[in-house]
Design a protein around this ligand. Structure first.
Ligand SMILES: [Zn+2]
Length: 138
């Protein structure tokens, strides 16, 4: 299960709408306690994909390291990744699944005509994505 602080969710939604019709992306900063992940902040990273920003995202390893440092400052860690699907559902693509890691949460925002219409979180279990419940707090 994933718990997400309301302010972090609002930040991700605003970012996904601002970057439409391109995919937006970033890292989830929080805490892990077994299979429960709690997100306290969203760390925006530029979409480093050079030529398919409308349906692919990529996080530069240098941005990943910066996010990790930021998380440590607050006693947190990276617990997952978020990105948007412009004009597509909030289900992971095969590409998303192939690149995912176990133990992380993956939130996907579906953006239609510049507005976030839905979002869901996914976790990788035995190489396959499975939807996980999102609980908003704060
Ligand atoms: Zn995707």
């Amino acid at each position: 299960m994933l718990r997400v602080k309301g302010s972090a969710l609002q930040k991700m939604i605003a970012q996904a709408e601002r970057d439409y019709p391109y995919e937006t992306c970033g890292l989830l900063l929080g805490k892990m306690e077994g299979s429960l992940r709690t997100v306290f902040g969203a760390y925006e990273t530029p979409n480093a994909n050079p030529d398919r920003k409308n349906d692919r995202y990529e996080i530069d390893p240098r941005d990943y390291l910066k996010a990790e440092e930021k998380a440590k400052e607050f006693g947190l860690e990276i617990v997952g990744v978020y990105h948007s699907h412009p004009d597509h559902p909030d289900r992971p693509s095969q590409f998303d699944e192939e690149r995912a890691f176990e133990g992380f949460s993956y939130i996907i925002f579906s953006v239609s005509k510049g507005k976030v219409v839905s979002y869901r979180s996914w976790e990788l279990v035995d190489g396959k994505f499975r939807e996980e419940e999102i609980l908003i707090f704060g």
